[in-house]
Design a protein around this ligand. Structure first.
Ligand SMILES: Nc1nc2c(ncn2[C@@H]2O[C@H](COP(=O)(O)OP(=O)(O)OP(=O)(O)O)[C@@H](O)[C@H]2O)c(=O)[nH]1
Ligand SMILES: *[C@@H]1O[C@H](CO)[C@@H](O)[C@H](O)[C@H]1NC(C)=O
Ligand SMILES: *[C@@H]1O[C@H](CO)[C@@H](O)[C@H](O)[C@H]1NC(C)=O
Ligand SMILES: *[C@@H]1O[C@H](CO)[C@@H](O)[C@H](O)[C@H]1NC(C)=O
Length: 429
């Protein structure tokens, strides 16, 4: 009986939220759902979005900032974070693959995220909140006058919009804009908010000066981390467990092509991130060198901290020799021309190359995660200077318990003088 009821209720959650309220009120006991939804509270929804040109891995970083803000907001009221669907990212260029309105569950384990903060997918928000309406959009911006007298202070103020608004009013007076490809979504009000400081400075403003039930913070990257690499940062980061199907594909690939399994490599994984606490240096890693070679826009700018292909191959060979590794796994966004050159210079390199069918299923984001997962399990890793893609691999290796010497390495430019290596950020448990 209860199961049936729950199923009916779950169904209602998806389609008729108004009925659902009636249904659940008539049950004797409060019913909790997988999403942590409780019918007894009126909750507030925090939505956010990021500057369109930003890539997948910076967006993962902005999620951490928003999760911190949500934790602060929840000290005074019931707030839930609505996950912005993935899509239309500049780098996701695989032709003919439909890459918009992608739910987070395709890339991350939702139950893991929910162990850290209450989150729901956007479609759940639409169903639960009564339709595709967002009460208030706050477009985050800096202060037009810059920092007053060069003095840094944290502050938030409603201000006139500095840039042209990316939202337009329709005939009914609703605001239309890019809502992750959900064309029926409308906003009721759009205003601009100047802010400088860490994410949680927004909390008093949202609590005291906003009456809306659902608030979208656009350009959320404007605010900074509450405490970069602190406990809260790492809790959220650790909760961002990759979706199981992607980890399984990565593990199968490691076993088949790289002679690498968790057992042999001392990289046991616990589905429950709260129980994952590997000692630094306990992970051995698979018998291969892991490489992240970021190209495309990183070489177009002729940056002096990024090597030529020749320089990269030279370094790869020397690292293989030094670490007595016969295999090398390469993750890269290089174009076809560069890839052909690379293959010629490094014929033994192993790459994860999905078929078109796999790509259609996994999307560019899933393939990027599989690449990261395989790099994260290598005995020794070398990445690209200031690439957030490489940074996320560092964190994954830190979680797995690798000796920092095997992780915080990057390629140097061919004629770079001081080649500073990446910083070691220790997990705070
Ligand atoms: N599969 C795969 N994709 C990659 C690789 N390197 C870069 N990419 C793609 O290029 C995108 C850009 O890198 P991101 O790190 O996400 O973007 P970003 O936030 O601008 O970060 P930067 O690397 O710092 O530019 C990634 O999201 C991937 O889609 C790689 O080694 N493998
Ligand atoms: C829009 O939001 C601003 C800021 O909260 C508020 O001052 C204004 O009255 C709102 N406009 C409408 C039409 O609700
Ligand atoms: C709320 O708005 C009032 C009036 O504009 C302002 O004085 C106050 O500082 C605001 N509160 C917060 C927390 O931003
Ligand atoms: C795989 O690794 C094991 C040691 O972990 C080794 O004994 C074995 O020879 C390797 N197999 C191949 C095919 O390299």
């Amino acid at each position: 009986m209860e199961l049936v009821l729950r199923d009916q209720v779950r169904f209602s959650v998806m389609w008729t939220p108004r009925n659902l309220v009636l249904l659940t009120i008539s049950t004797a006991e409060p019913v909790m759902f997988s999403g942590g939804w409780s019918p007894h509270t009126l909750r507030n929804y925090l939505l956010y979005d990021v500057n369109p040109p930003e890539g997948f891995n910076l967006r993962r970083d902005v999620y951490i900032r928003m999760a911190s803000l949500l934790k602060t907001l929840r000290k005074q009221g019931d707030w839930v974070l609505v996950l912005p669907p993935w899509g239309r990212l500049y780098h996701w260029q695989s032709p003919d693959v439909h890459q918009v309105r992608i739910p987070w569950a395709e890339f991350f384990s939702l139950t893991s995220l929910q162990t850290n903060v209450p989150v729901i997918e956007y479609e759940e928000f639409i169903a639960e909140s009564g339709g595709p309406f967002i009460d208030q959009v706050l477009v985050m911006q800096n202060y037009a006058e810059g920092w007053t007298e060069g003095k840094w202070e944290e502050k938030v103020d409603e201000r006139p919009c500095i840039d042209r608004l990316m939202y337009t009013k329709d005939k009914q007076g609703y605001y239309r804009g890019w809502f992750w490809g959900y064309e029926e979504t409308r906003a009721l009000n759009v205003t601009c908010l100047s802010a400088q400081g860490h994410a949680s400075i927004l909390a008093p403003f949202l609590q005291e000066n906003i009456t809306a039930t659902s608030v979208l913070l656009d350009r959320a990257e404007t605010v900074l981390h509450d405490h970069y690499a602190g406990k809260d940062y790492w809790d959220t980061r650790r909760s961002m467990v990759f979706a199981k199907h992607l980890r399984v594909i990565g593990d199968q690939f490691r076993a088949k092509y790289l002679n690498s399994t968790d057992e042999k490599d001392h990289t046991p994984y616990n589905e429950d991130w709260t129980r994952m606490r590997a000692k630094l240096g306990s992970a051995k890693g698979g018998p291969y060198l892991g490489v992240h070679l970021r190209r495309k826009d990183f070489i177009w700018g002729h940056r002096d901290d990024v090597p030529s292909l020749k320089g990269a191959v030279k370094k790869i060979r020397s690292l293989m020799k030094k670490n007595k590794l016969e295999n090398v796994f390469v993750a890269t966004d290089a174009d076809e021309e560069e890839m052909a050159k690379l293959r010629k210079m490094l014929p033994e390199m192993v790459r994860y190359e999905p078929s078109w069918e796999d790509l259609e299923l996994l999307k560019d984001g899933g393939v990027a995660i599989i690449d990261q997962w395989i790099c994260a399990h290598s005995r020794y890793f070398i990445g690209t200077s200031v690439s957030t893609f490489s940074f996320r691999i560092h964190e994954e290796r830190e979680i797995l318990g690798f000796d920092p010497k095997t992780t915080y390495n990057r390629f140097c430019g061919d004629s770079e003088k001081e080649c500073e290596q990446p910083t070691h950020w220790k997990i705070v448990y």
